[in-house]
Design a protein around this ligand. Structure first.
Ligand SMILES: [Zn+2]
Ligand SMILES: [Zn+2]
Length: 291
């Protein structure tokens, strides 16, 4: 847990993890031990088709989770459910939307996992209803396991088509080697309880990151980012294909401001450290509120 400039608590967690209950290398206990030893406040074990139970490990909150993977009409969908109060009857014949609806009916939250790795089609993303989260960064989808850890460009295209989801970064740990302890979220909550973390996630009080911490606000028609520890540069992303002022760089950057243009439909920012590790703010949607 870290404190922001106003004293707010941001808890650190990994929301996507595999164990020997599916295709991960460590047992659930070993996985919990590994993340606890690295200072995580919460963890969700999300094995394929096997739901984990709410628990805790040495003070680290264990959030119930599961990952469903299906292929429909040549499209691959991996859907992660968290906070479910039971297990719906689902199998690989179900569509992504049917899985999403079932997760919701059991009180769960819905994450569309690693859309770039899945080669998700943006119009299919935009057609899905009730997606709460999507992974802008997924460690195991990158080197040396796969070539597409970053989904930002794809999510931007889908967002321009109406897709709305809060961004997360995750490890999706399988090997517990280069895939572990790289992508995580900071969640702003008053306390480390399942209900408080769930509410904060759904509110969008989430920073997806590979390391840097940053705060952001939208005020006076500007998207403002503050980086308490400084960074190498800040990159703003909007729905316009060209903006002359999307990069803020020079020395160590602690603050960056982007003036929202009249035809911007969304803005978000990426904070890049000197070690190239990146943090990802949430979107600010001008045409449909902010998540
Ligand atoms: Zn997956
Ligand atoms: Zn996974």
């Amino acid at each position: 847990m870290i404190l922001d400039s106003k004293g707010g608590k941001w808890y650190k967690g990994n929301l996507h993890t595999h164990t020997t209950n599916s295709d991960g290398r460590l047992t659930p206990q070993e996985a919990a031990e590994a993340y606890k030893a690295h200072g995580y406040d919460f963890l969700s074990l999300t094995d394929h088709w096997v739901k984990s139970e709410p628990s805790e490990y040495g003070g680290m909150l264990l959030i119930p989770g599961i990952e469903y993977d299906v292929i429909h009409n040549d499209s691959c969908f991996h859907v992660v459910g968290h906070f479910m109060n039971g297990s719906p009857k689902l199998d690989k014949s179900n569509s992504a939307q049917e899985i999403i609806d079932a997760v919701k009916s059991f009180g769960g939250t819905v994450t569309l996992a690693h859309p770039a790795w899945s080669l998700q089609k943006p119009h299919e993303m935009a057609a899905l209803e009730n997606v709460d989260f999507t992974e802008i960064y997924n460690s195991v989808s990158g080197y040396p396991y796969s070539p597409r850890p970053y989904s930002g460009t794809l999510i931007d295209v889908a967002a321009a088509m109406g897709f709305r989801a809060t961004l997360t970064a995750v490890d999706d740990t399988h090997y517990y080697e280069d895939d572990a302890f790289r992508g995580f979220v900071y969640v702003k909550a008053d306390s480390l309880t399942e209900e408080a973390i769930r509410a904060a996630l759904l509110k969008g009080d989430v920073l997806a990151t590979e390391g840097p911490f940053a705060e952001w606000t939208v005020e006076d028609g500007c998207f403002k980012v503050h980086i308490p520890g400084g960074c190498e540069h800040v990159q703003f992303f909007s729905s316009r294909y060209y903006n002359p002022d999307t990069t803020v760089k020079g020395g160590t950057v602690y603050d960056a401001v982007y003036k929202i243009k009249s035809n911007d439909r969304f803005v978000r920012a990426e904070i890049v450290g000197f070690d190239k590790k990146t943090a990802y703010t949430q979107y600010h949607f001008i045409d449909g509120g902010s998540r």
